[in-house]
Design a protein around this ligand. Structure first.
Ligand SMILES: *Cc1c(COP(=O)(O)O)cnc(C)c1O
Length: 408
C-alpha cells in the first residue's frame, strides 16, 4: 500500500492511479509505455509542453551552478533576470516583483501587500471584495477570498469575512452596484480572476465588465488585484487576460506558466505606490513575508528560459491556432451531442454536459476513467467539461481528445 496522500482525492473510492514515468510535448507516458494526452496541462501549468528542452537545460545547468540561497540580504542573477524580463513584458506601472512559490502564496502575498499598503498609509481599510465562484488557492487566506462550498466547509471557522459581488451573468449591473457599494464603504481591495473563473467552473465574462470593475475600483482608490495565476501566459489568447480589457491592476499574481509549468515559482508584481508604502527607515514597516525557497535559483532559471521562449517563439500564434482548432471540433461536437454553453477563450474550451450544475454534479471519476481508457487525461469540473492542453498539442492528438469526449 502506498503511503502517499493525494490532493483533491477521495482514497475511499479505491481508485488505482497510473504511474507516470515520462512526459514529452502534450503526452505523458505510463510505466508500461502507454501514452496519455494531457488535455488539462497537468492542472493548468504546462504551457509549451512537457520536457521542453530549453527549460530542462536551464534547470540542469542552474542546479550545478547555484541551487539555493537565502533571498533576504542576498540576490542572484537568475532572480534579477526574471524581474527584468517580467518588467519588459508586463504592464509598465508594475514596477516591483516579489517572489514566492505557488499561486496560493502569490495571492497571500497580494493580500498582505494590500493590507500593508493601507496600514502604513494610516488608513484602516481591510475589507477584501471577491467575486462569487472565484478560486484563488487552498491556503487559509486564499480560501477566504474564494468561493465557499464543499471544498472548504470544515475550515470555515478559520476563514475571514469578505464582501462578495455576484458573478456577472448576462446583465452585469448587479455586479457593478455591489462593487460600487463595497468600494464606497472603504474596501481595501478587489481580487478577481480576469475574464475566466477557472476552478469555479470555467465561467467566462466580458472584457467590458472587467474594464468597468477596474474603473469603479479606481474611482474609490480600492486596490485592484488581478489573479492571473491561471489566465496568464497566453491561456486566454493574450499574455495577460487583463490586456483584452485594456486594464492594468495595482497588484498582479502570476505562477503556473511562469516556468512553462516545469517547476514551482510565483511572483506578485506591485505598482510603485504599494512598494513605497512599505519603504521607510523603520524596520517595522518592511514587508514581513518570506518562504524558505523564495526566488529559488533553479526555478528562476526555468522562468528565464520560459521568458526567452516568449521573446523568441510565436507563442501567441500557437494559442490562436489551438483556439481555432478547438472551435471547429467543439462546433462539430455540438451537432451530435446535447452540450450546453460552449465557449472558447484562447487555449481554453469549455461546455456543460448532462444533468445538473456544480462541482459535485456528474460522475467525474467515471468520466475520467472513460477518457483514461482512451488515452486522454481530462478532469471535468462536475458537469463542466473543459480542455486546456499545452499549446503544442497536435491536430491528431486533439482528435483523440474529442473522440474520447464524444463517447462519454
Ligand atoms: C491554481 C490557481 C491558484 C492556486 O495556485 P497553486 O499553485 O495551486 O497554489 C490561484 N489562483 C488561480 C486563479 C488558480 O487557477
Amino acid at each position: 500500500m502506498s503511503a502517499v496522500w493525494h490532493p483533491f482525492t477521495q482514497h475511499g473510492l479505491g481508485e488505482d492511479f497510473p504511474l507516470i514515468t515520462r512526459g514529452k510535448g502534450a503526452e505523458l507516458f505510463t510505466k508500461d509505455g502507454g501514452a496519455i494526452i494531457d488535455a488539462i496541462s497537468s492542472w493548468w501549468v504546462t504551457t509549451h509542453g512537457h520536457g521542453d528542452p530549453r527549460i530542462a537545460k536551464a534547470i540542469a545547468d542552474q542546479a550545478q551552478q547555484l541551487d539555493q540561497i537565502i533571498f533576504a540580504g542576498f540576490t542572484h542573477q537568475p532572480a534579477e533576470d526574471v524581474a527584468a524580463g517580467l518588467r519588459a513584458i508586463m504592464p509598465e506601472s508594475l514596477t516591483r516583483v516579489f517572489f514566492s512559490d505557488s499561486g496560493s502564496t502569490s495571492v497571500e502575498v497580494a493580500l498582505k501587500m494590500a493590507l500593508g499598503f493601507w496600514t502604513h498609509r494610516g488608513e484602516s481599510r481591510s475589507r477584501i471584495v471577491v467575486m462569487d465562484n472565484s478560486y484563488h488557492g487552498d491556503t487559509i487566506g486564499a480560501m477566504s477570498v474564494g468561493a465557499r462550498g464543499v471544498f472548504n466547509q470544515p475550515y470555515d471557522p478559520l476563514l475571514f469575512d469578505v464582501t462578495s459581488i455576484p458573478f456577472p451573468e448576462g446583465d452585469a449591473q448587479p455586479t457593478f452596484d455591489a462593487l460600487e457599494a463595497a468600494c464606497r464603504d472603504g474596501a481595501a481591495a478587489l481580487i478577481v480572476e480576469p475574464l475566466v473563473l477557472g476552478a469555479g467552473g470555467m465561467k467566462f465574462y466580458s472584457p467590458q465588465v472587467l474594464a468597468e470593475m477596474r474603473a469603479i475600483c479606481a474611482r474609490h482608490d480600492t486596490l485592484f488585484i488581478a489573479d492571473e495565476v491561471m489566465t496568464g501566459w497566453g491561456r486566454t489568447g493574450t499574455l495577460l487576460a487583463c490586456e483584452q480589457a485594456g486594464v492594468v491592476p495595482d497588484i498582479l499574481c502570476l505562477s503556473k506558466g511562469l516556468t512553462g509549468g516545469a517547476i514551482p515559482l510565483a511572483v506578485t508584481m506591485a505598482s510603485e505606490p504599494i512598494f513605497e508604502a512599505h519603504l521607510s527607515t523603520d524596520r517595522a514597516k518592511m514587508f514581513f513575508h518570506s518562504s524558505s525557497y523564495t526566488a529559488n535559483p533553479i526555478a528562476c532559471a526555468a522562468a528565464n528560459a520560459n521568458l526567452a521562449i516568449w521573446r523568441e517563439e510565436p507563442v501567441l500564434e500557437r494559442v490562436a491556432t489551438l483556439a481555432s482548432r478547438m472551435k471547429a471540433r467543439v462546433d462539430a461536437l455540438g451537432e451530435t451531442l446535447p452540450i450546453r454553453n460552449a465557449r472558447i477563450s484562447g487555449g481554453i474550451a469549455a461546455f456543460e454536459m448532462g444533468e445538473g450544475d456544480g462541482y459535485m454534479a456528474g460522475d467525474v471519476p467515471a468520466m475520467m476513467r472513460h477518457c483514461l481508457e482512451r488515452g486522454v487525461l481530462l478532469r471535468p469540473l462536475g458537469s463542466t467539461i473543459y480542455l486546456m492542453p499545452p499549446y503544442c498539442i497536435t491536430e491528431g492528438q486533439l482528435d483523440t481528445v474529442f473522440q474520447a469526449v464524444a463517447t462519454i
